[in-house]
Design a protein around this ligand. Sequence first.
Ligand code: GAR
Length: 200
Amino acid sequence: TCRVVVLVSGAGSNLAALLAAHGDPAYGARVVGVVSDKPAAGGLTLARTAGVPTAVVAPQDFADRPAWDVALAESIGVFHPDLVVCAGFMRIIGSPTLERFAPRILNTHPALLPSFPGAHGVRDALAYGVRVTGCTVHLLDAGVDTGPIVAQGVVGVEPDDDEASLHERIKAVERELLVRTVGEVARGGLRVEGRRVVVG
Ligand code: GAR
């Protein structure tokens, strides 16, 4: 079974979907640890309820950014993951984690990359006036949402959408896409050929 560590900063609805899937041995992946930068993240509560060990690596507990980056890599490493999944982790991940775990780090983003990277993908897509947006699961690299794309899902924008309503519909597609993609990667592995990712 593929050992998965999930990084969360927020509510953890994507984590919840992974936790709902991982009980089935046929799924091929098991969440073995959840790491957050925020002590109050809802995702931590979800993990504890599911009996999954957690760790908090809060920037305020470290002298500087490089020290936090090293601590993040170490706290992920404690769980010996085969795959790391950023599911609403709202911080840029530095080289200690990348050097140790890439390319086996997935991120999920609430827009169709390369459009609307960054912390406000839903808001930015809405403000631009696109009629179609969605979500992207991609490999993490040193840029902001620039890594090779693994999977995407499409969501139409409705005339009366606001950021919250659009994000809700994106999240419904996103959690299915993430669960499917993590399972496929867990069972089949992944290969990177330039910008193309081959799963299975
Ligand atoms: C998700 O929509 C995820 O794509 C987004 O935060 C949400 C987390 O929801 N991530 C980013 O915007 C990263 N730039 P969740 O905590 O309920 O899973």
